[in-house]
Design a protein around this ligand. Structure first.
Ligand code: ATP
Ligand code: MG
Length: 870
């Protein structure tokens, strides 16, 4: 059975069982501070399990793109070495939100596996939760008794909390689970050891394929469990592992999900899969990682230096490194695999097809840039090896290579070993640990349980219409982090505060109760569909009614920038073409930032046209036309564009100004005239094929012009109020160039004269032609002088001191033959003499310089140098 058919059979099966089939949610999570990527099928549904939102159906099934490369579930280091863990994989799942429970979940899983997919019952094992004393949870007899109806009891195994109790995080919904395992070893192997012994023992052919989770508890901050009011089912089946079973192969990589990609790698690298362990690992790593990276880019997450973007960059770099080391790929090649990947998966995941060009460009550019890093790292490493006196390199150096230059530790290790070197692992590990600790401390967040003040079903956002309202606190909790210290998170029954989202920053403002007690709201964010207000303190009386007031000035500036962002988007598509797509946006009160796909730098004319286009619409006084809760299809028909990586409901909100129409949840000015004026302040590249414009509006433009004007008048003033300041400045520059030339000439003459004088001062000491003297020249002049004298005299030893701009300089020159004969070393000498001038330096054995901050020590240095030739 082909993988496509396996996927559709799953969805069809659950559709027949009255499940609503939904598409995979985007992989990058936007409003969950505990998680960067979807790491299991349930992550996009968290808000339903937490009771923060109501699902459109209480039975849902889907295939969800998951990424397990960071946080609690991190399989990255396994990937490539084993044959059944991936970074990106598909999780097939069926859900019940307060509807069916264990009986149906188990019956249907069994029916699907054994009757639809026709898996032989004799290769299946199942597990049930054995209970946990500490948590006070019992053996899951309910699940055990249901399984008994389908499978022999000696194939039902009991599992501990680690394997059979599923928790999505440290807090929140959780429950016991039943896993289904397959044993796909040969009959011969099975005769030797029973599969029972190998379940959950990391055997590559006895693996878990499906996990049925029975959500029935909520884990509180103090670690205790409480029963959930509604019980839910959450199941997850690894699609690639299922394909392995149904296609009768022994590895996920031998299924048709991977073989086309592997064949392509074999062709490009001219290496065969299945002949050499190291090459095989590399091929698996690359075929896996290209999927993770391509899907992330399609979902709008580009590789970058921070957060989720950095995780993606690291995955791609891991692939590049394996290609570089084990497949001899010194040129970008991973981007060439995107084609086969899209042929294979573009049908089920159309975002890949539509973003193809971008995916290829970004991967290629990242590859080229990391290969340059590797080249540079190789050079540095080569220098370290040639300059080392011992066979052990310091761990700090290896760490520096990794941290500053991005050169991976394992590659350093490999190259060192090839050269007969080692490095100090303890030192390296210590450095790495220190760095990780620092990162961990900075990001550590401790949250208390919510304190419920008022039972309330669904919170209402009224901030599109008002910026002030009377609100009641429904719940609050304390969160503590290294970064922000202690903060309170407040949730209201209704709120005028806009929560950060769609690029727009969250509102700030304050709360005031009848007694005049004021609490400032410093930020507003959404978490699992709940609007959370951040405050430094808690209101004195949490039961009261509060007047909640949004900082209207900041909101207004932000709105100007948000509306201008829409007009900018329209302008770019109009002027540059419809290939322009939004790739990121940040709307602040002070400025806006817009990233979009386009392949070349904008010309001055284009930038001016874009500005004029936007300003024409501001002058056109276009009124806001807002539609709330219209069907998605209607919005699309009216011309709105959905963004990749964005999660939309069935109904959406549209924002229209003239011909600009967007799907948008943000807040906007009532009329474009409110923006006053739009000005682009910068344009540049962020990644291959992605440009960034930063712009300002309203007051910020006034400040901008005011500042420029002030600078202009200051400049004019400095130019003695010249009538034509530009011309005056040009004259000044010309004059300056001429003067520089004259000075250069004068300095040359001076050096020539000096050379003549110095020749007379050379003395002979022990067969060495020697001079130590303070001179009045700059570093370049002294260097010239040294090499000129050096070309005229043998056995020359020079030390010049000079004072320039209050700093001391020492330059030492030693003829090459002296270096060899008397083992003198200029580098070492200046390093030692450096202490006289409170500085340091170095260079080569025949020429070296030192700089220091104490010119009065030059004399001592000139005296001290004599000891080297005595
Ligand atoms: P394992 O112990 O094999 O790592 P798990 O206990 O982490 O699995 P779950 O979190 O229960 O797995 O996920 C549900 C299913 O998703 C698993 O039964 C498996 O089929 C699949 N799965 C989990 N992790 C991966 C992965 N890294 N790559 C591919 N499939 C996976
Ligand atoms: Mg796992």
């Amino acid at each position: 059975m082909k993988s496509q058919e396996i996927r559709s059979k799953f969805l069809k099966f659950f559709e027949d069982k009255k499940h609503t089939i939904v598409p995979s949610a985007p992989m990058v999570l936007k409003d969950d501070p505990t998680l960067m990527f979807v790491n299991s099928g349930m992550a996009p549904f968290k808000e339903y399990f937490l009771g923060n939102a109501t699902p459109k159906s209480n039975r849902i099934a889907d295939t969800q793109k998951c990424l397990r490369v960071s946080g609690k579930h991190n399989d990255l280091e396994e990937v490539g070495y084993d044959t059944y863990h991936h970074t990106l994989f598909e999780m097939l799942g069926n859900w019940s939100f307060g509807d069916y429970f264990k009986k149906e979940a188990i019956a249907w899983a069994w029916e699907l596996l054994t009757e639809v997919y026709k898996i032989d019952k004799d290769i299946l094992y199942v597990t049930v939760f054995e209970g946990d004393e500490e948590d006070g949870t019992p053996l899951d007899t309910e699940a055990y008794d249901i399984w008994k109806q389908y499978i022999a009891e000696d194939r039902i195994l009991k599992g501990n909390k680690k394997d059979n109790f599923w928790e999505m995080g440290d807090q929140g919904p959780c429950g016991p689970c039943s896993e289904i395992h397959v044993d796909i070893r040969s009959a011969e192997e099975k005769a030797k050891v029973s599969g029972k012994e190998l379940v959950n023992m990391d055997h590559p052919q006895v693996v878990e394929i499906w996990n049925l989770v029975f959500m029935q508890y909520n884990r509180k901050a103090n670690g205790s469990l409480e029963n959930l009011p509604n019980k839910h089912i959450d199941t997850g089946m690894g699609f690639e592992r299922l394909c392995m079973v149904l296609q009768n192969v022994q590895s996920n990589y031998d299924t048709d999900v991977f073989t086309p990609i592997i064949r392509e790698i074999e062709t490009i690298a001219d290496k065969d899969y299945g002949k050499n362990d190291k090459i095989d690992v590399a091929i698996r790593v690359i075929s896996d990682h290209v999927r993770a990276v391509a899907f992330s880019i399609a979902d709008g997450q580009l590789p970058s230096n921070t957060g989720a973007g950095y995780v993606i960059r690291r995955i791609l770099r891991r692939a590049i490194r394996y290609g570089f080391t084990f497949l001899d790929q010194k040129e970008p090649f991973i981007y060439r695999l995107v084609d086969v990947l899209i042929k294979k998966m573009g049908e089920a995941f159309p975002e890949l097809k539509e973003q193809r060009q971008l995916i290829e460009n970004v991967i290629k550019e990242e590859e080229a840039s990391f290969l340059r890093t590797l080249d540079q790292g190789l050079l540095l490493l080569d220098r370290i090896i040639t300059h080392s006196n011992t066979k052990e390199i310091s761990g700090n150096k290896v760490f520096e290579l990794k941290d500053t230059y991005g050169f991976p530790e394992d590659l350093t290790d490999l190259i060192l070993r090839e050269n007969g070197f080692t490095y100090n692992h303890e030192e390296f590990d210590k450095k790495l640990k220190e760095q990780q600790e620092r990162g961990k401390q900075a990001s550590q967040l401790k949250s208390d349980d919510w304190t419920i003040v008022l039972e309330d079903d669904e919170q209402e956002f009224i901030g599109y219409d008002v910026t002030e309202a009377n609100v009641k606190l429904t719940k609050y909790r304390k969160v503590t982090s290294k970064k922000d210290g202690e903060m309170y998170q407040l949730v209201f029954n209704l709120t005028p505060f806009y929560a950060e989202g769609g690029g727009q920053v969250g509102d700030k403002g304050y709360l005031e109760d009848a007694s005049g007690d004021v609490v400032y709201i410093v930020d507003t964010k959404k978490e699992n569909n709940v609007i959370i207000h951040f405050a430094k303190s808690l209101p004195k009386n949490v039961q009261g009614t509060f007047k909640a007031t949004v900082d209207a000035k900041q909101r207004y500036r932000t709105e100007c920038n948000h509306t201008a962002t829409h007009l900018l988007h329209q302008a770019l598509r109009e002027i540059l073409g419809t290939h322009v797509e939004q790739k990121g946006s940040a709307v602040h009160s002070k400025y806006l930032r817009f990233d979009f796909s386009h392949f070349s730098k904008l010309t001055v004319d284009e930038l001016r046209d874009v500005e004029n286009f936007v300003n024409a619409r501001i002058e056109g006084k276009l009124p806001l036309q807002e539609q709330r809760n219209i069907p998605m299809q209607q919005a699309i028909d009216e011309g709105a564009m959905a963004l990749f990586g964005e999660k939309y409901g069935d109904t959406v909100r549209t924002i229209k100004f003239g011909k600009s129409i967007e799907l948008c949840g943000g807040t906007h000015v009532k009329n474009t005239a409110d923006i006053w004026h739009f000005k682009i302040v910068s344009e540049g590249a962020v990644a291959a094929g992605i440009r960034r414009i930063e712009a300002i509006t309203n007051d910020a433009v006034k400040d901008f012009y005011f500042e420029n004007n002030r600078a202009y008048f200051e400049m004019k003033d400095l130019l003695n109020n010249a009538k034509e300041p530009v011309k005056a400045l040009q004259n000044l520059q010309e004059e300056n160039t001429n003067l520089k030339k004259q000075i250069e000439q004068l300095l040359k003459d001076k050096a020539k004269n000096l050379k003549g004088e110095l020749k007379n001062e050379l003395t002979e000491v022990n067969g060495i032609t020697f001079l130590a003297k303070q001179v009045d020249l700059d570093a370049a002049g002294i260097k010239d002088l040294c090499f000129e004298l050096g070309s005229q005299y043998d056995n020359l030893f020079l030390l010049f001191g000079a004072e320039n701009d209050g700093k001391a300089l020492l330059s030492c020159y030693i003829s090459k033959e002296l270096v060899a004969e008397k083992s003198l070393n200029a580098g070492q000498i200046v390093r030692e003499l450096g202490k006289h001038i409170q500085g340091g330096g170095g260079g080569q054995p025949f020429f070296a310089t030192a700089g220091g901050k104490n010119p009065s020590g030059i004399k001592d240095a000139l005296e001290a140098v004599k000891s080297y030739i005595a």
